[in-house]
Design a protein around this ligand. Structure first.
Ligand code: NAD
Ligand code: DAU
Length: 352
């Protein structure tokens, strides 16, 4: 296997930390450089178990800072990029869309420009891997699945910014012949998930006996994938994916929010030794998210047929493991929910 110096952006975040861990442990001959601005969502505690590995490096850099990106590229002689850094929460994008334009669009173009300059004349030897979302495809009705051919139809400022970044990646492949690949994945869950997203937020609220704020009628549907299976898919696509292709990644695992929340309540009651039905009593229907996409579901046939990928963890197993992780890692949860998290929670939920 040829030696690579891989820049992973957003490696201190939820999915990024799992990708960094997988690459650091699986490829001791690669140099893995985690570049992250450490926003509210970035946390080096997510990588405490691998931070002393000799092939792991961290650079605290904002992808909006083109000079710093160039420095990091030259210092580490970066050969490839796996780009995950992003503003990732839909509710925040509704409050502050411009933050999403800066990081997700301009930040991605900065990174593309740096790669273009640094790899000039040898694009075929390098890869720019862009990690994206199924939300770029918009919303589904009761039937159908998102394929790689589904037209883009983003409905939130978050998904519009991710769609825009996907288009820029494609445009750089077409215009400058940068070697790229894009993957669009469904909803992830698992350890180190920041408790602003549905599953970790509800786990934290059940632990603290707080209301569980279900948006609208609770009949919105998501396709859930265990985060370690996403990391495995990224590894496969990085090494074996075809140049300039898009791959959809999904869990073949659709759940209506209210059914998922009830399952989570049941698991939590068992683990906490509660009387059955205790956590369900916390369910509270609240004002809906504006522009709320009704249903997402991925057709992951292409990655399955071409690369042999499929999820390895069932939802029941993954959810139980996730709950165990949050109940064990109380220090992590206390740290991330102290300080700014409290004011975020107040501003997002008190008016609902
Ligand atoms: P996250 O919010 O947990 O982590 C984002 C990371 O990016 C954080 O470590 C943060 O510090 C860093 N970051 C943010 N702005 C930055 C900037 N300007 N410069 C440098 N670093 C910056 O996000 P996540 O859920 O791990 O998602 C990672 C990627 O995967 C995103 O691109 C997201 O769109 C995509 N994705 C997420 C999901 C999901 O379910 N969470 C599903 C599909 C795709
Ligand atoms: O589909 C992939 C996307 O999944 C990623 O691109 C995003 O980065 C990621 O955040 C996620 O987006 P969602 O909006 O689907 O995830 P979230 O956890 O915010 O919400 C999941 C569902 O639960 C959605 O229908 C909204 C609902 N919800 C969410 C929260 C936070 C609630 O009912 N109550 C809540 O408090």
């Amino acid at each position: 296997m040829s030696k690579k110096n891989i820049l992973i952006t957003g490696g201190a975040g939820f999915i990024g930390s799992h990708v960094v861990r997988l690459f650091v442990e699986k490829y001791p001959d690669y140099k893995i450089v985690n570049l992250d601005a450490l926003t509210y969502a970035g946390n080096l505690e997510n990588l405490a178990d691998i931070e002393d590995k000799p092939n792991y490096f961290f650079e605290k850099v904002n992808i909006l800072d083109a000079d710093k990106l160039k420095e990091v590229f030259e210092k580490h002689e970066i050969t490839d990029i796996v780009h995950l850094a992003a503003e990732s929460h839909v509710d925040r994008s509704i409050v502050s869309p411009l933050d999403f334009v800066y990081t997700n669009v301009i930040g991605t173009v900065n990174l593309l420009n740096t790669a273009r300059e640094q790899w000039k004349g040898e694009y075929d030897q390098h890869l720019f891997y862009h990690v994206s979302t199924d939300e770029v495809y918009g919303a589904l009705g009761d039937t159908g699945l998102f394929t790689e051919e589904t037209p883009y139809h983003p409905n939130s400022p978050y998904s519009a910014s991710k769609a825009s970044s996907d288009h820029f990646v494609r445009a750089y492949a077409e215009t400058y012949h940068l070697r790229t690949v894009i993957s669009n994945c469904s909803n992830n869950y698992g350890p180190y998930h920041f408790p602003e997203k549905l599953i970790p937020l509800f786990i934290n609220n059940i632990i603290n006996k707080k209301p569980l704020p279900v948006y609208g009628d609770g009949l919105y549907t998501r396709d859930w994938l265990y985060v370690k299976d996403h990391a495995i898919a990224i590894d496969l696509i990085f090494h074996k994916g075809r140049k300039d292709e898009t791959y959809n990644i999904g869990g073949f695992n659709e759940w209506r929010n209210i059914d998922l929340v009830k399952l989570l309540c049941k698991i939590m009651d068992e683990k906490l030794g509660n009387i059955s039905g205790t956590s369900e009593q916390l369910i509270t229907y609240v004002k809906d998210r504006p522009g709320h996409d009704r249903r997402y579901a991925i057709d992951a046939t292409k990655i399955n047929k071409e690369l042999g990928w499929k999820p390895t963890v069932t939802f029941e197993e993954g959810l139980a493991e996730t709950v165990d992780w949050y109940l064990t890692n109380t220090r992590w949860l206390d740290h991330v929910t102290s300080g700014a998290y409290q004011s975020y929670y107040e501003s997002m939920y008190s008016a609902r």
